[in-house]
Write a protein that binds this ligand. Structure first.
Ligand SMILES: *Cc1c(COP(=O)(O)O)cnc(C)c1O
Length: 411
């Protein structure tokens, strides 16, 4: 096995690590797939924006008001393989999923299809929409490790469907779904697909245009490093924009917004999916994060992600399998995002012990997985090794055994 030092020495993205804040060098942070590190540029640009707020007040709005579209176009080209005018940044992923799924249901008749292991907020939003629109919700069972396949979707859409909603990279296993094949079978069944790209954007190549994808949403605070609670993005294929309507008729989606007209008349383009006043400070931070992704290039980022997870799998096989850990992610690197899950009978306590006693920060995802995220822009191969080295030592000492087995408020 090639050592971490050699892999780091050969890493073309190694220089990006210093572009982020590392305030505690002894901590091994492997949870950037939950909340990405702070880019140094974001801290500087936020300070400048705060100054602008104090100084220019409302007169700065002409410079601020198009940020949802500008940052949307930046994400589209840097991370999503989408065209200009197809992405905006607004609201949360949850709200954007609601908006796009709702628009799809208004346009198509039939059932809602998703998988049982999809991210909770996605399932809850779909459950609510099924009730509000009087639709059947079909949740199919996909392979826990390999994720949903086109054959699963085809079977679940049997007899026709209105909407398919899936994660492109599964939040627990990290499995990558076949976007092109699933889009095709869903379309043949009459359905529109909303992709959740929360664990894909900034970690793997996403080719929305090439795959003919209709709709997508995703987070900016994970691999795009936009900061806690940063607004999400949404994508609507250009050809569909005029045919779909947001369920929230807000003034930021209105044609000639400041004409203050008597009736709602939505913008023809992507802006119709905006609702209210955009969060300018957050958008400033999101832009700084995505600019780093653009500068590094998503192909290089994705290639490093596969190398990092492959190294992690090799180490896990050698060091951790004998200690009762089982890989909960696909073995084929092409089928993985930039995180891996390890399953263990005592995963909750082992995860707490890593955080509290070993300064390693992964996260626990029930019922039995510990997730190790390796955002390629700032994760080194040495981080991957160090996290697992501390983990095996902790198990050898039994340092997790006396911890409280009850989960905390945030896992
Ligand atoms: C993180 C994540 C979300 C989070 O949604 P919020 O509205 O930002 O809380 C949604 N979907 C997936 C798949 C995620 O991984």
């Amino acid at each position: 096995m090639t050592g971490a030092e050699e892999l780091d020495a050969r890493d073309p993205l190694a220089g990006f690590r210093e572009r982020f804040v590392h305030s505690r060098p002894e901590r091994v942070y492997v949870d950037g797939n939950s909340l990405g590190r702070l880019p140094r540029a974001a801290a500087e640009e936020l300070a400048a924006r705060v100054g602008e707020w104090g100084d220019r007040l409302v007169s700065a709005w002409p410079d601020w008001i198009d940020l949802p579209r500008e940052v949307g176009d930046l994400i589209a080209r840097a991370a999503l393989g989408a065209r200009p005018g197809e992405v905006v940044v607004s609201d949360s992923t949850t709200v954007n999923l609601y908006k796009l799924a709702s628009a799809a249901l208004a346009a198509r008749a039939g059932a809602i299809v998703s998988d049982r292991d999809n991210f909770p907020t996605d399932r809850y939003v779909l459950e609510g929409l099924a009730e509000q629109h009087g639709r059947e919700l079909r949740l199919f069972a996909a392979d826990e490790v390999e994720g949903p396949t086109a054959a699963d979707v085809e079977r679940a859409c049997h007899g026709g469907a209105a909407l398919v909603s899936l994660s492109h990279v599964a939040y627990r296993s990290g499995a990558v779904a076949d976007m092109a094949a699933i889009t095709e079978v869903a379309r043949a069944a009459g359905a529109l697909v909303v992709w959740d790209l929360s664990h894909s954007a900034g970690s793997v190549e996403v080719e929305l245009h090439r795959c003919g994808a209709d709709l997508a949403v995703g987070c900016t605070y994970k691999y795009l490093c936009g900061g806690p609670g940063a607004p999400a993005f949404l994508y609507v294929r250009e050809e569909l924009q005029e045919r779909l309507r947001s369920p929230i008729w807000g003034w930021f989606g209105q044609r000639e917004q400041f004409a203050m007209g008597p009736r709602y008349d939505p913008e023809p383009g992507i802006a119709r999916f905006l609702a209210g006043t955009p969060p300018i400070l957050d958008l400033t931070a999101v832009r700084a994060g995505v600019e780093l992704v653009e500068e590094a290039g998503i192909a290089a980022i994705a290639a490093k992600g596969r190398a990092l997870t492959s190294y992690a799998v090799e180490l896990a096989d050698e060091w951790l399998a004998p200690l009762g850990f089982e890989l909960g992610s696909p073995r084929d690197p092409e089928r993985r995002g930039a995180h891996v899950s390890l399953r263990h009978a005592d995963a909750w306590r082992v995860n707490r012990a890593l955080i509290e006693r070993a300064q390693v920060v992964p996260d626990f995802r029930g019922p039995d997985s510990i997730r190790f995220g390796y955002p390629p822009l700032y994760t080194s191969f040495a981080d991957v090794r160090e996290a697992f080295d501390r983990l095996r030592k902790l198990i050898a000492l039994g340092a997790h055994r006396d911890l409280d087995p009850r989960p905390t408020r945030v896992t």
